[in-house]
Design a protein around this ligand. Structure first.
Ligand code: UT7
Length: 330
C-alpha cells in the first residue's frame, strides 16, 4: 500500500546483570572445561542475575534506556510487548510488571512466548499495529533469565545460558528506506520436546515429585537442536534475502540469535557472509534467549557497527519449535 507507514526502530536499550560467570567458574563444580565450552560453543562467560533482580527488573532497565534514547515518555506508549519464556511469574504477564514500573499508565501490555525467536515474533506483531495506523509508540522487549531455569548439574545445557534484556521503541515512518521491511514467522510444535521445562504447567503441575525429579529445569536435546538450528538459520537467511531482493553485499549486518558460534558460522558460511558482517557477542553473554537479538543490536548500534541507513537481517530459532527472521533498515 503506497504511503502506508512502516515501523521504524527509534530507540534502543539493553541491560545485563553485573555478575560475570566464566567457564572456569563451571570447572569448580561440573565435569567440564573452559577448553570444551569455548571450542563447542564460543562462550567464554555469561551474566547471571543475582538475588533481588528478576526478569522484570532487567526488562525495566532496558525499557527505560530505549524510551530515553527514543525521547518517548512512558505515558505516550500505546503497547508494551515483552518476549520472554522465563517470566516474572506464570501469570500475570511480565509486560504488566514493566508497565507498572515505568509508569506507562493504562498502556496495553502482553507477553509473547516464542523462546529465542520471541523478540522477532514481538517485533513482527508490533510492526503490524504500526503499519495499520492503529498505534504510534510501541515498546518491544526481549528478556530472559534462564539461569533461574537452568539445571546446574546438567553440563550439556547449563553452560549455554546467560541473562539479559534488550528493548526497542517502534514508531511509524513513511520514509521508504526505513523501518521493518519484512518479517517471517514459523513454528513446528512436533518438536516441543527439543527444549522444554516439563513441569509447573497444567500437564505436570508442581508437586514434591516434580521438584525432586528436577522437572522445573530446562531439558534439552542438544544435538537435535543443533541440526535444527543450522537448517533453519540457513533457510531464514535465504528467505530474507530473496523476499527483500538483497545480495550479501547489500546486507550490512546479520544479527543471528547468539546460540553457538559453530551454528552461526555453519549457517552464514552457506551464503559466504564474511564474519565481519555477522554480529557475535556470545563469547561475553552466552545464549540469552529472547534477549539475544535486541541485546546484540543495541551493542552494535552503540559501538558504531551499524547506524542510520544500515540494512540489518535478524534470524532466530528456539523452543516451540519456532523460527523467525526480519529485515530492518535503520
Ligand atoms: O536457543 C537454543 C538453545 N539450545 C542450544 O543452543 C543447543 C544447541 N546445541 C549445542 O549448542 C550443542 O549441541 C551443545 C553445545 C549443547 C553440545 O555440543 P555437541 O558438540 O553437540 O556435543 P554432544 O552433545 O554431541 O556431546 C559430545 C560429548 C559427550 O560426551 P561423550 O558421550 O562423547 O563421552 C557429552 O557428554 O561432550 C560431552 N559434553 C561435555 N563435556 C564437557 C556435553 N556437555 C559437556 C560439557 N563439558 N559442558
Amino acid at each position: 500500500m503506497e504511503g502506508s507507514p512502516r515501523a521504524a526502530m527509534k530507540g534502543f536499550g539493553s541491560a545485563v546483570p553485573s555478575k560475570v560467570m566464566t567457564n572456569h567458574d563451571f570447572e569448580t563444580f561440573l565435569d567440564t572445561s573452559d577448553e570444551w565450552i569455548t571450542q563447542r560453543t564460543g562462550i567464554k562467560e555469561r551474566r547471571i542475575t543475582e538475588p533481588g533482580d528478576t526478569t522484570a527488573t532487567l526488562a525495566v532497565e532496558a525499557a527505560q534506556k530505549a524510551l530515553a534514547d527514543a525521547g518517548v515518555a512512558p505515558t505516550d506508549l500505546d503497547l508494551i510487548l515483552c518476549a520472554t519464556i522465563s517470566p516474572e511469574m506464570p501469570f500475570p504477564a511480565t509486560a504488566c510488571f514493566v508497565q507498572e514500573a515505568i509508569g506507562a499508565i493504562d498502556v496495553a501490555a502482553v507477553d509473547v512466548s516464542a523462546a529465542c525467536s520471541g523478540f522477532i515474533y514481538a517485533l513482527s506483531i508490533g510492526s503490524q499495529f504500526i503499519e495499520t495506523g492503529r498505534y504510534k509508540n510501541i515498546l518491544v522487549i526481549g528478556v530472559d533469565v534462564l539461569s533461574r531455569f537452568a539445571d546446574f548439574t546438567d553440563r550439556g545445557s547449563c553452560i549455554l545460558f546467560g541473562d539479559g534484556a534488550g528493548a526497542v521503541v517502534l514508531q511509524p515512518t513513511v520514509e521508504p528506506d526505513k523501518g521493518v521491511q519484512y518479517t517471517v514467522l514459523h513454528a513446528d510444535g512436533k518438536g516441543w520436546d527439543y527444549i522444554h521445562v516439563p513441569a509447573g504447567g497444567t500437564r505436570l503441575p508442581t508437586s514434591a515429585q516434580t521438584v525432586e525429579a528436577k522437572q522445573h529445569f530446562v531439558k534439552m536435546r542438544g544435538r537435535d537442536v543443533y541440526k535444527f538450528a543450522v537448517e533453519k538459520m540457513q533457510w531464514l537467511l535465504g528467505d530474507c534475502m530473496e523476499k527483500c531482493n538483497l545480495s550479501v553485499d547489500e546486507v550490512d549486518l546479520v544479527i543471528p540469535h547468539q546460540v553457538n558460534i559453530r551454528i552461526i558460522e555453519s549457517a552464514t558460511s552457506k551464503y559466504d557472509f564474511p564474519m565481519d558482517k555477522v554480529y557475535v557477542n556470545i563469547d561475553r553473554y552466552g545464549n540469552t534467549s529472547g534477549a539475544s537479538i535486541p541485546l546484540a543490536m543495541d551493542e552494535a548500534i552503540k559501538n558504531g557497527t551499524i547506524g542510520p541507513g544500515s540494512t540489518v537481517m535478524l534470524v532466530a530459532f528456539g523452543a516451540g519449535l519456532t523460527w523467525a527472521g526480519a529485515v530492518v533498515k535503520l
